[in-house]
Design a protein around this ligand. Structure first.
Ligand code: UDP
Length: 231
């Protein structure tokens, strides 16, 4: 793997608190990503916003505005994680699909090439920049655009199951599953829009548990215990 796109959910940043940030959790991620960057692997990151806000959170405000708040939540997350990464010794840049003053720089393919060439970790904040989408879709979109080798989906659960393992103790974990089966059986990996994009653009995903010790590094180095989503 030379270039990877790592997706972290907003909830993962919050740890047991479920909201806001858990610095210890983020620092563990930073230390793992530094090992990869030091080996010359280019790392792009997309972070969800669920630890602050989801567009579906309010029934009383316009969905477009609610989604704008959600997109800004992902930017807050990226600024925070980017700063922790810097304190762990990495160079970082936050890119957004919309102008945000000095908070970030506008996404462009050229910028991505430039920052990766200088060993920066790039944070793709603000989702797709459009309402009615998710950071799952932004993850696949950016992975395809930057020609990532693979998407690393770091989740609260340690892989893809045929049923919700929290409510069904007999749920079976897949070692490998095709994206077609994910779509047909509506397995909760990424949302449907993102799944279709993965299939059409042949972008594989590795799904694993963020809370398992050293799981990001192990996944990249082939010591993988999660689920491979094939295309
Ligand atoms: N969001 C959006 N467009 C995007 C990405 C995100 O409108 O391209 C908003 C949407 O409101 C979403 C929130 O940002 O609920 C947080 O993103 P995330 O993907 O974490 O949301 P989830 O899928 O959990 O709702």
């Amino acid at each position: 793997m030379k270039r990877i796109l790592l997706k972290l959910s907003g909830e993962a940043l919050a740890g047991d608190k479920k909201t806001g940030f858990d610095e210890a959790t983020v620092m563990k991620v930073a230390k793992q990503v530094k090992i990869l960057v030091d080996e010359g692997i280019q790392v792009g990151i997309v972070i969800g916003g669920g630890n602050f806000w989801r567009g579906r959170s309010s029934e009383n405000i316009n969905r477009e505005k609610a989604d704008q708040i959600g997109m800004l939540a992902t930017l807050m997350n990226c600024i925070y994680v980017s700063e922790i990464f810097q304190s762990a010794g990495m160079m970082t840049q936050v890119l957004t699909p919309f102008e945000c003053g000095g908070f970030s720089k506008l996404y462009s393919h050229e910028r991505v090439g430039k920052y990766f060439a200088h060993n920066f970790v790039i944070f793709f904040a603000g989702g797709t920049g459009h309402p009615y989408f998710s950071t799952d879709t932004a993850t696949v979109l950016r992975a395809v655009e930057i020609e990532a080798d693979v998407i690393l989906l770091a989740k609260a659960v340690d892989g893809v199951y045929d049923d919700d393992p929290k409510s069904n103790p007999n749920a079976k974990k897949y070692d490998e599953v095709s994206i077609q089966e994910v779509i047909d059986k509506k397995l909760a990996v990424v949302d449907m829009t993102a799944s279709i994009m993965c299939m059409e653009n042949k972008m594989p995903m590795l799904v694993f548990g963020l809370n398992q010790e050293n799981s990001i590094v192990n996944t990249v180095k082939g010591d993988f215990t999660g689920t491979k989503v094939t295309v």
